[in-house]
Design a protein around this ligand. Structure first.
Ligand code: HAM
Length: 462
């Protein structure tokens, strides 16, 4: 069969975006751009530089950093063998089969594949920033190093409002030799300043300290022992977490568990001296910066690399997925990834949720129409219209130039639909007289304007 014949037999198929992913369309993308532009501006005023990171990294980077028992690593990562390595697996499989038929089948892909050959679509970027810090010897730069990133992340979660499988984060990290509490406070101040600039509504900042390698394990043991005593009253998830990660029980939203959790020992009362002093100093520094916060002893965060300061920010209009930003300190993560002793703190904002909240509270951009719609008729007017469009665009105006001529009535209707502010009317008369007609669509007013005065006129119109 010829290639052409094969093509003909192929049935058309409609495709849809994969579950949990979505297209971002205009005019909404204008709001995304404004949010990102504001991030670039605000973060630059705090001395942060942008880092652009790969979308995929070795699976092991995330497994080591975020922790094997976390939901993100154990359930939600898009992890796959590198295609070249896959070929190697198939070869290994065939080889095993050729020697002992059936042997290949009992080998799982995992057993054939060394960990470092698996790659994952990044579920977050803190681990990547630490990897880059080490890889580029950034400890040799003036410390601390302050970096931010904007981009898509991937987690195989159950999609719902504000929760997607491909979502976007705006994040920032500070890495260096000191864990001075002023750094924690300044990072938090920066994200709050950003939200203020965007006029995000209902912003609530929760802070906590979850201790360090010295004091946290002791607290976790105490918590585990207390949880054992009330085990029968807890749900299945919490019962399981008593063994795997008792701190996560504090995250529970189950109604009937709330009175039980309220009576559990609180980490604030079990911090070591250094952690307690650090936490007190962070709160003092937040106060000096006028940052309003609420202490929340149950804020433990779901990733393993955190220690000491943790924080989360919620905003209005988001329903159950109302955390618009999460962050905390992760001293020691760089070392865990083979780098020098380094302190670190940062946050990531869920950009999808930030946009949702802005839209719900009416703080989104008004739909952006065109500045000028050029209604032209006739061959001569066509050339004039092209020239006018070029000059207006060069001056920064957004211009719609219809590709074919239309009757003026129809053109004005189209200009209205596109939300244009002005219609520039060009017909034989205008071309002949050199006086163009400019119609203000909101008022219906018409003015005759010379070509050379048009741009100035529009600029003055504001
Ligand atoms: P995280 O709490 O896992 O932290 O995520 C930060 C934010 O990303 C969340 O508060 C939420 O707004 C957004 N987010 C997370 N998952 C989804 C999803 N499936 N759909 C939509 N938005 C989502 C981290 O990722 C850490 N790396 C933050 C950090 C940076 N800590 C220190 N430095």
């Amino acid at each position: 069969m010829s290639e052409g014949a094969a093509k003909k037999e192929e049935k058309p198929r409609k495709f849809q975006a994969i579950k949990g992913t979505r297209d971002l369309l205009p005019p909404e993308t204008a709001l995304w751009n404004r949010v990102e532009q504001t991030a670039h501006e605000v973060f630059a005023t705090f001395g942060f530089g942008e880092i652009r990171l790969p979308i995929f990294e070795p699976t092991e980077l995330f497994a080591r950093s975020i922790g094997l028992d976390t939901d993100v690593v154990s359930k939600e990562m898009y992890s796959f063998p590198d295609p070249f390595e896959l070929e190697e697996i198939i070869t290994a499989y065939r080889f095993a089969e050729s020697r002992t038929p059936g042997a290949g089948q009992i080998l799982t892909i995992a057993s054939l594949l060394p960990d470092h050959q698996m790659i994952a679509a990044r579920p977050e970027a803190t681990a990547s920033v630490c990897r880059a810090y080490i890889e580029h010897g950034m400890q040799g730069l003036p410390q601390p190093v302050k970096l931010y990133y904007i981009g898509p992340m991937f987690r195989r979660e159950r999609p719902q409002k504000g929760r997607y499988r491909q979502f976007y984060q705006i994040g920032a990290e500070v890495l260096g030799g000191t864990d001075a509490p002023a750094i924690d406070a300044e990072v938090i101040e920066m994200v709050m300043t950003f939200f203020e600039k965007l006029e995000l509504q209902g912003v609530q900042l929760d802070v906590n300290s979850i201790g360090c390698r010295e004091c946290r394990p002791k607290y976790v043991e105490l918590l585990r022992a207390e949880l054992q005593k009330v085990k029968d009253k807890l749900g299945a998830d919490s019962q399981r977490r008593i063994e795997t990660n008792p701190l996560r029980v504090l995250d529970s939203k189950l109604e009937h568990e709330q009175p039980i959790i309220e009576k559990l020992p609180r980490i604030g009362e079990h911090l070591c001296k250094d952690c307690a002093e650090h936490y007190a100093a962070v709160k003092r520094e937040l106060g000096l910066r006028g940052v309003k916060y609420r202490e929340n002893w149950r804020l433990v965060r779901g990733l393993d690399y955190y220690m000491r300061t943790t924080f989360e920010i919620t905003a209005s209009g988001l329903g159950s997925q109302n955390a618009v930003c999460g962050g905390g300190r992760y001293d020691g993560l760089v070392e865990l990834l083979g780098g020098p002793p380094t302190k670190g703190i940062g946050f990531a904002i869920g950009e999808d949720r930030l946009i949702l909240s802005l839209q719900e509270s009416g703080k989104a951009l008004a739909q952006q129409g065109r500045d000028v719609y050029i209604a032209w008729m006739g061959e001569k007017a066509h050339a004039t219209a092209i020239r006018a469009a070029k000059n207006l665009r060069n001056a920064g105006f957004s211009v719609e130039l219809p590709p074919v001529e239309q009757k003026f009535g129809k053109a004005l209707g189209q200009a209205d639909k596109l939300g244009a502010r002005f219609a520039l009317i060009l017909g034989d008369n205008e071309v002949a007289s050199g006086e163009w007609t400019l119609k203000t669509l909101a008022t219906g007013e018409q003015a005759k304007i010379k070509e050379g005065h048009l741009i100035e006129h529009l600029k003055n119109a504001g």
